[in-house]
Design a binder for this molecule. Structure first.
Ligand SMILES: N[C@@H](CCC(=O)N[C@@H](CS)C(=O)NCC(=O)O)C(=O)O
Length: 241
């Protein structure tokens, strides 16, 4: 199977964690995709577009060997987890533990998407940035961090998809590293671990997992050209015939 994904490893990718925990690393052809180059690269045009596979033209997108395409990180993670070879599953069986895990998944994923929105607003020239937008989004992120602190204080029974999403969201909040050169008008020095010792202790432990060290802060090595990507898109379309 092919995973079209962003090769930026300055943050932790939930779908990579899921794939690694499931022992699927060797089954995946990693296809680096730069969604923003479609719009920002002066001479890139649609070179990195995967719209032929995913109408939203977003990563992550998973193409199975049958040609079936699964997109949306939650769908991709669930699909990968169902194929686990390691016997480890990140989705608990129906019941309170599952509702807790998938609720944290929803919380952390939404925090991540809100952080992306802040970053995109932060890219605008200062005079075009909407302060009301920052004021609307930030309380969601702060309350979210508080909720995660409580969850970490209570502790977890094993590693679940909610924690994979927490790793993703929190790693992206390292604004100095992740696309957030612009000074945030409200919280330029935001530190999600400040006064959240349980969250920090959980983080320090969780980032030791092989599913994290496999890619976090590890440069992608391999073909990340647009030509390679389009070849993989074409192979997927062929498999659908
Ligand atoms: N809800 C989607 C969000 C994915 C997403 O927004 N991906 C971004 C990169 S972080 C993307 O591909 N953006 C390109 C675009 O929106 O055109 C998911 O969970 O997969």
């Amino acid at each position: 199977m092919k995973l079209f994904y962003s090769p930026f490893h300055t943050f932790i990718h939930k779908v990579l964690v899921t794939a690694h925990e499931g022992g699927l690393w060797q089954d995946i052809t990693f296809v680096p995709t730069y969604p923003f180059k479609n719009r920002q690269g002066e001479d890139q045009g649609d070179a990195y577009s995967i719209a032929a596979l995913n109408p939203l033209d977003k990563v992550p997108t998973l193409a199975l060997d049958s040609g079936q395409v699964v997109y949306g990180s939650q769908a991709v993670a669930e699909c990968l987890d169902s194929m686990s070879r390691s016997g480890r599953h990140l989705y608990p069986a129906n019941g309170p533990k599952r509702w807790d895990a998938i609720t944290r998944l929803a919380l952390a994923d939404t925090m991540f998407e809100n952080t992306v929105m802040l970053a995109m607003e932060g890219w605008l020239p200062e005079e075009q940035q909407r302060i009301d937008f920052f004021k609307w989004i930030w309380p969601k992120i702060i309350r979210g961090c508080d909720a995660l602190e409580v969850a970490c204080k209570d502790g977890f029974d094993g590693f679940d998809i909610g924690q994979a999403a927490m790793l993703h969201a929190i790693s992206y909040m390292d604004f100095k590293v992740n696309f957030y050169d612009a000074k945030d008008p409200l919280y330029p020095e935001f530190d999600c671990f400040d006064k959240r010792p349980n969250l920090e202790a959980w983080w320090q432990d969780a980032i030791q997992r092989p599913s994290v060290t496999s890619h976090y802060n590890v440069d992608f090595e391999g073909d990340d050209s647009a030509a390679y990507l389009q070849q993989q898109v074409a192979l997927t379309l062929e498999a659908q015939q």
